[in-house]
Design a protein around this ligand. Structure first.
Ligand code: SF4
Length: 388
């Protein structure tokens, strides 16, 4: 596949400039701006000129447009603000600990742009107070937990932080012996690859702290092959050369990343670039996401169809639901049942556990699935049954 944007020029000192107001988008009519501002008043809009330039404005269903431009359906009453109940695993302000070996530090509450389907959109909304800019309590918590061997910097997008601030965090984590992996969850390679291209000092930080047996991972977030511009490829390349392991994860989103050929093109291209597709997430039932989520059975069918067009390397991904009880992989669907398995579990008793539920083609989340009669139900909530 020849990516549409591959002809972009490399080497010039280009930058992305924020676009924070829908009124500034000249391709939208006055009437559209007025309607969409009502949405953006609740779920904020943020973009930049680089990313907006990827949109084909002649196509009202353009996937990049869908990803970044608000839609009236976001106002549908659907979903919850904190669909995966992250508040229940928050151990300090901005510190989440759900799985023994992994701690999340929420170090920032903004991103280079805002994905409309974001599951943490609550961070961008008025009244949020979940992120901690003071990392010391989080660092101290990790110090006291020797079982933690990997730490995920997230938010928001940590790559928004200035390089000296990022270095301070990375250095503090590297001084803790039991922390082997530092992961950075970031859509910056897609939203603003110049953040990497224009900052050699950042690459020096990565080279210094991504060590032979203690790597830094960049968890990229590409949703669509059209995001793989020449600049994005350059950003990934310099990260790889700085010793950073790059992987990709994204949700399956209606109208953006749900076409089998689009998924196959994305995963194949990423594998050519040296980036493994890690997770494809079921869209969480977060407020505003009614438009964006697909039923589990439909998403599974599309992902399996996409895999037919991929090499083994390109399809090492797991189709997974980030449920409050754990990361649950959807491993199969037949005429009667949906088969799921815990990949990571909040409670030890669920580790690697298989779940069998009646097939329901309209269900979009685990809580909507019904147990298979006869299987024992010993979960802390009614409704989930297990094959023992
Ligand atoms: S990059 Fe991630 S945190 Fe930021 S808006 Fe998109 S999904 Fe949300």
């Amino acid at each position: 596949m020849e990516p549409k944007n591959k002809r972009s020029s490399i080497g010039k000192k280009k930058r992305a400039r924020f676009v924070l107001n829908i009124d500034k988008i000249r391709h939208l009519s006055d009437e559209e701006k007025k309607r969409l501002k009502e949405v953006a008043d609740i779920y904020p809009f943020r973009a930049n000129d680089y990313y907006l330039n990827l949109i084909n404005w002649h196509d009202p269903h353009d996937p990049i447009r869908r990803l970044i431009i608000p839609h009236e359906n976001e106002l549908n009453q659907w979903g919850e603000l904190d669909a995966s109940k992250e508040h229940a695993i928050t151990v300090r302000k901005g510190v989440q600990h759900k799985y023994g070996s992994t701690v999340l530090l929420l170090v920032n509450e903004v991103c280079a742009a805002f994905c409309r389907y974001c599951f943490r959109k609550r961070l961008f909304m008025n009244g949020n107070d979940e992120v901690s800019y003071d990392i010391e309590p989080g660092i101290e918590y990790i110090r006291q937990h020797p079982e933690v061997n990997n730490v995920l910097l997230t938010g928001g997008d940590p790559m928004i932080l200035p390089t000296p601030k990022l270095e301070k965090i990375i250095k503090a984590l590297r001084e803790i012996d039991h922390v082997r992996i530092i992961r950075i969850g970031s859509k910056m390679t897609a939203f603003n690859p110049f953040r990497f291209i224009n900052d050699p000092a950042l690459m020096e930080v990565f080279k210094k702290y991504s060590l032979v047996d203690k790597r830094i991972y960049m968890v990229c977030h590409f949703d669509h092959p059209r995001e793989l511009t020449a600049e994005a490829r350059q950003a990934v390349d310099i990260l790889l050369k700085a010793g950073v392991v790059c992987i990709n994860q994204n949700p399956i989103i209606r109208g953006i990343s749900d076409e089998p050929q689009v998924m196959a093109d994305l995963w194949n291209e990423l594998s050519f670039m040296g980036v493994q597709q890690y997770y494809v997430f079921q869209c969480r039932p977060t407020v505003g996401n009614d438009l964006y989520s697909l039923p589990i059975v439909e998403a599974y069918r599309r992902i399996e169809e996409a895999k037919k067009h991929c090499s083994g390397l390109a399809k090492r991904l797991k189709y997974t639901m980030s449920h409050e009880s754990g990361k649950i992989e959807i491993i199969g669907v037949d005429k009667k049942y949906i088969y799921l398995k815990y990949h990571r579990a909040k409670h030890q008793k669920d580790e690697q556990r298989l779940l069998v539920c009646h097939r329901d083609d309209s269900a979009r989340w685990l809580d909507q699935l019904k147990p298979v009669d006869g299987y024992r139900n010993d979960y802390y909530q009614p409704g989930y049954y297990y094959l023992m």
